[in-house]
Design a protein around this ligand. Structure first.
Ligand SMILES: [Zn+2]
Length: 358
């Protein structure tokens, strides 16, 4: 098959979006699209290109003071009667139009057409984002080719409808246990009721005033909530144990460790067991390339409340943001589509950002 990513296609991010959508690439079936992308990048004399599995990395080495990553996943969720693409007025319909081949198109367009950006750029086109984390191309690269991820700033071109979405909140799950002593309810004074003891746990939750934290202009609302309660032995036994399961959503200015310390402090004198946690990611807007990027976008960022691959970069100490032309509400939907105007705006913004600085 001749590579459909011809020079005419690469210069126009809208045509390029459609062409990428028309190369089928459901997760675990990204070889064909990765082959096409790799071939194009290898032909660009200003790029150094390597491949790992079905993840393709290409970078400039211009000796710029700073390096930024532009990253996008090549895979899509399974087709849903939405392949190949169709165009209706100024909308491109099809699997992956929003999530996230329109974003990939922006990065690939820049890779092919911008030989002298103001920052050195590492382009990452990676596999298997839509399935279990162990297959995720960024995860695999972090393990086997960590040097590919080295940068001062990373931009993920996931769908955000042209808004900058920053950071993400962390989450922590814990069990708060109260202990007592069993007895017959007829002689309750001989026992200690652990369910009554849980009253104090619930009171602290009810009295809890969660923080609202603004970091770099993004507002994160924390929350500490009971999500389950269990206790009791039988109808004729004073219970000796009760367990309240709580969930803390914490702003990314706290580490996992600090979040745990906080929960222990709220429930001082109680038996606290953490069962699960995941760190948040700072919005990373104070890194210089990020500030320049926000200037180019010219709009205020919004806090990301869910978890995304930006946290992978944050875990490596690299500030990262989401910004893409797709509408996140349309991701994975059968009528998935992208607005042509958003693709053009996104291309213009990224171009402005990457050429304004030197
Ligand atoms: Zn995606």
């Amino acid at each position: 098959m001749a590579n459909p990513l011809t020079p005419d296609v690469l210069v126009d991010p809208v045509v390029l979006t459609r062409t990428l959508v028309d190369i089928e690439s459901v997760s675990r079936d990204e070889k064909a699209i990765a082959d096409c992308v790799e071939e194009v990048l290898r032909q660009a004399p200003h790029l150094h290109t390597e491949r790992f599995g079905n993840t393709v990395m290409a970078r400039t080495d211009l000796g710029r003071e700073r390096r930024v990553v532009l990253a996008g996943h090549l895979d899509t969720v399974p087709l849903n009667d939405n392949f190949p693409s169709t165009v209706v007025d100024d909308l491109i319909y099809g699997c992956g139009t929003s999530d996230m081949k329109s974003g990939v198109a922006l990065a690939l367009h820049l890779a092919a057409t911008l030989p002298e950006p103001g920052y050195d750029i590492t382009y990452l086109f990676y596999e298997a984002e839509e399935i279990e984390a162990r297959f995720n191309g960024l995860h695999l690269v972090a393990q086997s080719r960590p040097e590919w991820l080295r940068a001062d700033f990373a931009l993920l071109l996931e769908p955000t409808y042209g808004v900058v979405e920053a950071g993400c909140q962390g989450t922590l799950q814990a069990r708060i246990r109260t202990h007592g002593r069993r007895a017959h309810p007829a002689r309750a004074w001989r026992g200690v009721n652990a369910i009554h003891g849980a009253g104090e746990v619930l009171r602290r939750l009810a009295d809890y005033r969660p923080r609202t934290v603004t970091i770099d202009g993004c507002t994160y609302r924390e929350g500490l909530n009971a999500v389950r309660i269990a206790g009791g032995v039988a109808g004729n036994v004073i219970p000796d144990e009760c367990e309240v399961e709580v969930n803390l959503r914490f702003a990314p200015d706290r580490s996992e460790r600090q979040a745990l310390d906080h929960v222990r402090e709220v429930f001082a004198d109680f038996d606290v067991e953490v069962t699960d946690s995941a760190p948040g990611a700072l919005p990373g807007l104070s890194a210089e390339p990020a500030r320049e990027f926000l200037t180019a976008v010219g709009a205020e960022p919004a806090a990301k409340l869910g978890w995304t691959d930006v946290a992978r970069f944050a875990a490596l100490g690299i500030p990262a943001l989401n910004y893409g032309p797709g509408d996140p509400a349309l991701a994975h939907a059968p009528d998935e589509h992208v607005e042509i105007g958003k693709i053009r705006d996104g291309a213009a913004t990224l171009h402005r950002w990457l050429t304004s600085y030197e």
